[in-house]
Design a binder for this molecule. Sequence first.
Ligand code: BTN
Length: 322
Amino acid sequence: MSIGRDEAILELLRETNGFVSTQDLSQRLGVPPTLVPDEIEALRQQGYGILLRPESGYRLTMVPDRLLPFELRYRLETSIIGRRIVVYEQTTSTMDVAHQLAQAGEPQGTCVLAESQTGGRGRLGRRWSSPVGDGIYLSLILRPPLSSCAAPQVTLLAAVSVALSIRAITEIPVQVKWPNDIVVQGKKVCGILTEMRLDDTQGRYLVVGIGVNVNTSRDRLLDGATSLRVECGEIVSRIDLCRRLLQQFDEQYAVLIDRSFRPIAELWETFSSISGGHVRVDLQDRVLEGQAVGIDQDGALLVRCDHGVVERVVAGDVVRVR
Ligand code: BTN
């Protein structure tokens, strides 16, 4: 993949543990030394801290927590997920953009992100609040082979990937709640929305949308929601989290395609907030109560009802009652 000038400067600044001279930068970029200050200024405009010491050169002092494609790609070693990353300052919904791209033939793995969404959406037509710079709002295009492309399985795979990535960079006791939530002590910190459609060639594809409340302050959160910042008491790097998430998703997706859903289901169970507990499931037309005994090979929730029969639940809102 060819890289831009911004990326080339940053690479050189990062690989040098100290100052980089104007001469070295000019050589690496293939531009005259007189143009180097303009290139540096362009990076400062994007929020990078770059110190200039006239006798030694430039040094990188700060990386902004903005979801810039080349920051996300930095040391990202994925084989499918994030091969192409598209970032919008603002869009209606990353789901819409991802569907447009997919319908025009975009290959799987492309990741669409936005710093804010004006029409972020969740399950059952709910709104997903997407304030600028506070969260991660991303959608991934997937084209899994027919045998392994059940949307519910991919939703649970996404939940496991989010939980693993949060656990990797914070100490927060994160849990997954069937079917599409990541919670901390019962409060929602992330939601997942998986949509399946046909593209123009009638190829089936999925768009998996993930919204994480990362640095949202307490006063901006809805009832029943929380953010990573509220839970750990400090700002969390969205770049680090997002990079880890893409990495984890890539690994779990390879497991799903090359092996089976079973290892993902087992991992999911280790994070589950409801397994073994007594749950109430709102199925729109009736309410089901019983013990959550696990998930099956399709990602459906298994509930042992009070009269002993195990019911398979494929959609519904679940609350743990004890
Ligand atoms: C839910 O909890 O109901 C799912 C919420 C999914 C939100 C994400 S944010 C990125 C992507 N774009 C959207 O409009 N929705 C998903």
